[in-house]
Design a protein around this ligand. Sequence first.
Ligand SMILES: [Zn+2]
Length: 469
Amino acid sequence: MTSRSILLALVALASSTAHAAPTADADGRDRFRAIYKELIETNTTLSSGDCTLAATRMAARLKSAGYPDEDLRIFVPDGHPKEGGLIAVLHGSKPDAKAILMLAHVDVVEAKREDWTRDPFTLIEEDGYFYARGTADMKAQAAIWVDNLIRYRESGFRPKRTIKLALTCGEETNGALNGAEWLTQHAREAIDAEFALTEGVDGTLDEKGKPVSLGILAAEKISQNYTFEVTNAGGHSSRPLPDNAIYHLVRAVDRVSRYEFPVDLGDASRGFFTGMSKIIGGADGAAMAAVVRNPMDAAAVAVLDREPNWHAMLRTTCVATMLSAGHATNALPQRARANINCRIVPGVSREEVRLQLAKLADDPAVAVTIPEVRGPIAPPAPLTRRVMGPIEQVAGEIWPGVPVVPALEPGASDAQFLNPAGIPTYGVTGLFTDADGGHIHGLNERIPVKSVYDGRTFLYRLVKLYADQ
Ligand SMILES: [Zn+2]
């Protein structure tokens, strides 16, 4: 590992570019905004950006706030010079108390200037919103983590437990080197913690911008691909045979399309539907309460299945995502292959799902296999009082009466790597986005300005409470 020498060089480089001194505003909001702006205006897309540069700039911020070099580590995976990250540490006073980890990815989804209304890599404040790529996903939280460390140190806060920060790259692009996964394999001790906090499900605002609920990501589905493959001797297309690889395949895929996995509610989905049933009310709310009481209630399930997100939270799902077949327009196909992408609820194994898919294929000509496995499946992080208590307390201070609702994430975050590595990971942001999701990953990504500043207050107090447990 050459990260140590790179660190010294990069920190020296970055700290030579002058940063504004702490401003006079009471809680350093201007300085926070400058950190947020710097992070956003450092392009961190996979195609043309540089996460290592973003991490280095954040390290320089921490260095100028008084963090010594030995507590700032820039890591750069071999062969990926622009996909590095940062680990920073604020030491706790009790050596036997386990650390807590603030985790954020600093990479962002691609954004084309010509498609956007405003420059995606300039932080623009307009009509009460911050606009730019990464304003919501997830440079606000990354900037808040850096700001937290600066403020804790500046105020002389001496936590009982060590507070760690990890900024990583590669979360947004399938197939890219994932920094969080890399850390679990190459720097497991450096990120060891009782639990970690990262992005997840944000809070939701109504049309008037009023907070409806604060989501907590408590469990994630895992994404697993399966291959359906049929091989055949083929032949000339002028003499068709009933034994045709494409026909075998499409019939099997069609049977998958008509199957629903049974409703399977874990703690997180049960918590979500219980909480949301009260917020939403009406027929949907009644259906949510009914499904929690009895997951076999077909009428209630049918109501919830109309909403794709709820449909996905109720069960494991599998869907055909790619097809390839045949080798010539005038030949019987020798090979036909489909990719079936499944999102598996916690507690169900990859093999159980494979057996179910093979049963659906119902054809010995169709081989159902697992092409690639990425990491072990871990149980969801438990929703203990030790974790939930401080969240409810601080949320109650800032957003009185707004319920904290656990959720099962149908997508996946870096928790998928930390949970199996033995670091329970919760998606806690304190950031509220509009009902449209703030165009995350899309055009003109934005987040309400007030949401960012309130989220900053929330995460500052929350991590402080955890750190003194
Ligand atoms: Zn993200």
